[in-house]
Write a protein that binds this ligand. Structure first.
Ligand code: FMN
Length: 396
């Protein structure tokens, strides 16, 4: 759930600050992008170089980056960057500042600018923690929608025993994961996606293929996974990889793709067919490499099965999305496919649009349903995947 998420970590002046290094490492291991803000007093406990190395980003401390040039750190932009804002460890002093809305440091100004969910992991001695001011401050933060990651009981830096130990980094990461999971919009849904080209063999070394890179299907698979779906990806031969949590079934020919899709379809809630499946295949596949001979070689081709059309006849409650790559009469052709193949949605990309279709990292699509059509701007395939899944979420 944390993969690709922008996590802004603020470290404050507690002895538990040493754990922030482990925290950053855990988040990076989960695939998050991490940026760190240090308070002035946290510098007594940790060094910027440790956290910049582990987070792979420069750390933030002051507004001013360079006195001579006037270059400054933008607290508003950093607040906007964050998907999650984690304050760990959070001292009693910081907790009180969060309540009063003080903004006399880069960290506090960023906190006030930030609109993403905030998580506070207190760390302090047991009496500081028990103190009425601290307890009331924590209750106020909670009443404002801030998530408090309760400290553990145990041995404290002071040598005393009690409640106040910051939660261990793995537990904090798991808290964030649980939070994201609780918000996952496709939780419990099974999404089946086809991607890439198919290869139709002519002989053992030659085939008819196409230039599909698989990028659109893979972007959809990753985005659906992020939203909590159980994702199966039936993939033609491509050079890209996917997250381990995605069940990837590798196929070569249109026939293999059909078998895989049919096998998975009954257990599926949403089918999205982005694959560029061959329409024709050689009638006969030669057992041996075809030798060079006369001036001409004729190949006889026969139609492959139209997977999307035939699978739609087996539809029960599945929501089915097709893709259409067109070069002329785009919308008319796409709308015909929507009806003929009994689809719920067709996503049209035109080869006439620059930066759209095969191989690009961008795509420009029109999403067509039975009652509506919406044209989108040229966007990254990840953003397009997000637009498509937003529409699917509203419809299922
Ligand atoms: C060795 C040492 C350890 C400290 N540990 C804590 C702590 O765990 N929790 C806490 O609330 N304050 C602790 N303090 C006090 C804070 O550092 C102090 O209140 C500081 O002003 C916090 O600033 P900040 O919240 O802006 O980082 C500690 C101070 C020292 C010298």
């Amino acid at each position: 759930m944390l993969k690709g998420k922008n996590v802004l970590l603020a470290v404050t002046g507690s002895i538990a600050a040493y754990k922030s290094a482990f925290l950053v490492r855990e988040l990076i291991k989960k695939g998050s992008n991490v940026k760190v803000i240090l308070t002035e007093s946290s510098l007594q406990f940790v060094t910027p170089i440790t956290l910049s190395t582990l987070s792979k980003n420069p750390v933030y401390k002051d507004f001013i980056k360079d006195q001579e040039t006037g270059e400054w750190n933008n607290h508003v932009a950093l607040g906007e960057w964050a998907d999650l804002f984690l304050i760990a460890p959070a001292t009693a002093h910081t907790i009180s500042n969060l309540v009063t809305g003080k903004a006399d440091s880069f960290f506090l100004a960023t906190f006030l600018s930030n609109n993403s969910p905030v998580f506070v992991a207190p760390a302090m001695d047991l009496d500081m923690y028990k103190n009425t001011s601290t307890q009331e401050n924590l209750a106020t933060l909670q009443s404002r929608g801030i998530h408090i990651i309760d400290p553990d009981e145990g041995e404290l830096a002071s040598g005393l025993e009690g409640k106040g130990r910051m939660k261990e980094p793995e537990d904090i990461v798991s808290f964030l994961h649980q939070y994201l999971w609780s918000k996952a919009t496709l939780r419990g849904k099974k999404v089946l996606i086809s991607a890439g080209p198919t290869y139709e063999y002519i002989d053992p070394v030659r085939f008819i293929g196409n230039h599909s890179s698989g990028k659109m299907g893979y972007a959809l698979a990753e985005e659906a996974l992020k939203r909590g779906a159980e994702v199966t990806l039936v993939s033609g031969p491509v050079s890209i990889t996917c997250s381990n949590e995605i069940k990837r079934i590798n196929i070569l020919s249109a026939e293999e793709m059909k078998k895989a899709i049919y096998k998975e379809f009954d257990q599926t809630d949403v089918l999205i067919m982005t694959a560029a499946v061959a329409d024709y295949k050689p009638k006969v596949v030669a057992n041996q490499k075809i030798k060079k001979g006369g001036e001409e070689l004729k190949l006889e081709l026969v139609k492959t099965d139209d997977i999307l059309k035939s699978i739609s006849t087996k539809k029960k409650n599945q929501f089915v999305v097709g893709f259409a790559l067109e070069t002329n009469d785009e919308k008319t052709n796409a709308k015909e496919k929507l009806v003929n193949k009994n689809l719920d949605v067709i996503v049209l990309n035109s080869l006439n649009d620059k930066g759209a279709g095969f191989g690009h990292d961008t795509n420009k699509v029109t999403i067509i349903t039975k009652n509506d059509e919406q044209e989108y701007d040229l966007k990254s395939k990840i953003e397009v995947a997000s637009d498509i899944l937003n529409l699917i979420e509203k419809s299922i």
